[in-house]
Design a protein around this ligand. Structure first.
Ligand code: MF3
Ligand code: CO
Length: 293
């Protein structure tokens, strides 16, 4: 927290609302202070989005959703993941937005496409053809007017085995289970544990090393969001925080490895399938708002 910045109770609030501090974030700050004094991890002011920033992120998220809708309508057996990359590039730029993955830390494409035992960060390629029975995650991240949005969906190609279908469905359901725990003054660990417990009950494992993240003013902001965390731990959720819920759930082991040749693609160690859905949520005064899905 910005400790050095002393604000008088009659000064304009730090959030940019131009309302007096005492009528705006004063009680919010004292509430966070209580958590901090108890040793909890609390969000810095940068993680609390102003109404204007939230509106900017919403606009970005609308494009993000539209791009994923386009993929949903056009994806089918026989196309290459390169085609998905082209669609995402075209549809994003058509909306005057930028695909966030392109050139991000050297990532060469506009979208991540992860098939079957690929856990995440798969690179679209003309050599990867979607076949009957494949499950594929398409992860779209969008920059519009400087604001970031991020979400991903699973697609089942043709006739998918009941085992794979259940993995995809349970993973999607895990988002609702996690969302139930998203409320102000709860802990991110409440959400993480709920997802982990649910995956385990269904006979699956949850990837530990890769998680979600704060998002909005940057692609990846604090906090890092785990889906194997424990109730009552991790960062306190406060109104105005925006982060992703994007668990990667594996049919077999939670062990993973990264492709040494491309430096990006993450695989399950046992070659069994992995699924992921991602939504972007805002913590509100009384719960949450889903910004992108
Ligand atoms: N979209 C991914 C996420 O959910 C990040 C991908 S980084 C990239 O955080 F460079 F691979 F695109
Ligand atoms: Co993400």
């Amino acid at each position: 927290m910005d400790k050095l910045m002393k604000i008088g109770r009659n000064d304009p609030c730090w959030c940019g609302s131009s309302i007096k501090y005492k009528k705006c974030h004063a009680s919010f700050d004292s509430r966070l202070e209580i958590y901090r004094n108890k040793g909890a991890v609390v969000p810095s002011r940068k993680l609390i989005k102003t109404p204007e920033q939230i509106q900017g992120i919403r606009e970005s998220a609308k494009i993000n959703i539209a791009v994923l809708d386009y993929v949903s309508e056009h994806i089918h057996e026989g196309i290459t993941t390169e085609m998905i990359d082209q669609w995402v590039y075209e549809q994003t730029t058509r909306c005057h937005a930028i695909p966030a993955p392109l050139n991000y830390e050297g990532f060469p494409k506009s979208v991540c496409t992860s098939v079957n035992d690929q856990v995440c960060h798969g690179i679209p390629s003309p050599d990867v053809v979607l076949r009957d029975g494949d499950i594929v995650n398409v992860d779209v991240s969008t920059i519009y007017n400087g604001y970031f949005s991020d979400s991903s969906r699973m697609f089942c190609i043709g006739n998918v085995s009941p085992e794979k279908q259940r993995l995809v469905d349970v993973t999607k359901e895990s988002l609702s289970v996690g969302l139930e725990q998203v409320k102000p003054w709860g802990f991110l660990g409440d959400m993480g544990q709920a997802i982990h417990d649910f995956a385990l009950q269904n006979g699956y494992s949850v990837v530990r090393q890769i998680g979600g993240h704060g998002v909005g003013l940057e692609f990846h902001e604090d906090p890092w969001v785990s889906y194997v965390s424990k109730k009552g731990t991790e960062m306190v959720m406060a109104p105005g925080m925006v982060f992703t819920i994007e668990p990667m759930i594996n049919m077999g082991t939670d062990e993973i490895f990264t492709d040494e040749d491309d430096g990006w693609t993450v695989y399950t160690a046992d070659g069994k399938p992995s699924a992921q859905w991602e939504i972007q949520v805002l913590v509100t005064e009384d719960g949450y708002e889903i910004l992108s899905y």
